[in-house]
Design a binder for this molecule. Structure first.
Ligand code: PMP
Length: 400
């Protein structure tokens, strides 16, 4: 199979890696960046530096306009309702921590939070710690051996004690995408707040938040070809009212006295301090650029490469974790330690991730010390896959 990527040329980082004979198969950790993003950052730092929401001077007003236009563009990319509220954070991790703290005042001992067995630590630890602090119950919805949730079973677990359901749309280990809407609907019908972690899914399936009905949606810019240090929390208008400010500082108050303050409503009441202005504007520029691409062609391209990875691993009798159907595959070689294999692959210029993937309970549940993960993005091509398998064969010859 020979499958070039028409989008590879737009990613200078990938072209640089080519000259270093490095193959990037770790996009689930972070994606390489398109020229459009880099141009936006340069343009901002060369021409339009100013703080936002503070100054009456023209550069400040211009920066504020660009910043708020970025918020609008990102909401548009998410296909959110204009009434929805987009809060900027530092990443998915911070968005989930924000929610934990901002909803805590509604929770009391005995209340229940539900997550799935395959959550990233970012969507486990904040809830686990909140549950410990407030004497809540943390219920872990089990995963089928194939790597998906039994939705009927999950719905049956909802009870009058359930208050929050937090679940990822695509696991960073299992790579199995499924329709969560029936579960989200059932939860919402019972007055349970629903959070969807889109950190992995958003880059492969453009979210449509008018179709995906949940209270809160979170994702990270850096996995979406954008800059580091930016995340979003998209909240429904009806749900954002439940949140209480959780961090405190500049530009979030209507009035501040020594002993009391009146906070601005979301989003500004949840964005104290100077935001990551250039990165947020460049994130919007990245998404605006993504909008100009043929997303069906990209999905098709990624699916073809994904199948090639799966077929090649199966042909070599590798142990594949779950039944991945999107963007990434985690696996182990029989009788080979994942770290040894990752080391040899790394020495041959193949960048894959190995370890517990910030999902330790999941790997323990699967009786695995770790796993290797190949993850794909639009810039990968069949040559990347061929090089990966050549290196894998050479490594296995040494290790087995
Ligand atoms: N959720 C999932 C499913 C992830 O894969 C990740 C990152 N690996 C996160 C949350 C956390 O994202 P970030 O590190 O950008 O905050």
């Amino acid at each position: 199979m020979s499958l070039p990527s028409p989008w590879r040329q737009f990613f200078p980082g990938i072209l640089a890696l080519d000259t270093q004979q490095q193959v990037w198969l770790d996009s689930a950790a972070t994606a390489q960046k398109p020229q459009a993003m880099i141009d936006s950052l340069c343009q901002h730092y060369k021409n339009t530096v100013a703080n936002v929401h503070r100054a009456q001077h023209q550069p400040g007003e211009r920066a504020t306009r660009s910043f708020e236009a970025a918020r609008k563009d990102i909401k548009h990319w998410l296909q959110a309702d204009p009434q929805d509220v987009l809060i900027f954070t530092k990443g998915t991790t911070e968005s989930i921590n924000l929610l934990c703290q901002a909803l805590a005042h509604h929770l009391q001992a005995g209340d229940e939070i539900l997550i799935s067995a395959y959550e990233h630590h970012a969507n486990l630890l904040p809830w686990q710690q909140l549950a410990k602090n407030l004497n809540l119950t943390l219920t872990v919805l089990p995963m089928e051996p194939t790597g998906h949730l039994d939705i009927e079973y999950a719905i049956a677990q909802l009870s009058t004690r359930s208050r929050i359901l937090a679940i990822s749309a695509l696991s960073n280990v299992i790579g199995h995408s499924q329709n969560l809407q029936p579960l989200l609907n059932a939860a919402q019908k019972q007055g349970v707040w629903t959070l969807v972690d889109g950190a992995q899914a958003a880059v492969h399936q453009r979210p449509n938040l008018q179709l995906l009905d949940c209270d809160f949606y979170v994702c990270s810019s850096h996995k979406l070809y954008g800059p580091d240090g930016v995340g979003i929390l998209l909240a429904r208008e009806r749900s954002v009212r439940a949140l209480r400010p959780w961090q405190f500082g500049g530009e979030m108050v209507r009035h501040c006295g020594y002993h009391n303050a009146e906070f601005l409503p979301a989003p500004l009441g949840f964005e104290p301090g100077t935001p990551s202005i250039a990165n947020i504007i460049a994130f919007a520029a990245t998404l605006n650029w993504l909008k100009t691409l043929d997303i069906h062609a990209i999905a098709q391209h990624e699916a073809t490469l994904h199948k090639a990875v799966l077929d090649g691993l199966r042909a070599r009798d590798m142990q594949i974790i779950g039944s991945p159907n999107c963007a990434l595959v985690s696996f182990n070689a029989p009788n080979v330690h994942h770290a040894d294999l990752a080391l040899l692959l790394g020495e041959q210029g193949i960048a894959v991730r190995a370890g517990h993937h910030c999902a330790m309970p999941l790997l323990q549940h699967l009786n695995l010390a770790g796993a290797l993960r190949v993850s794909l993005a639009m810039y990968n091509n069949s040559n990347d896959i061929d090089q990966f398998f050549n290196a894998l064969d050479q490594s296995l010859e040494i290790l087995q």
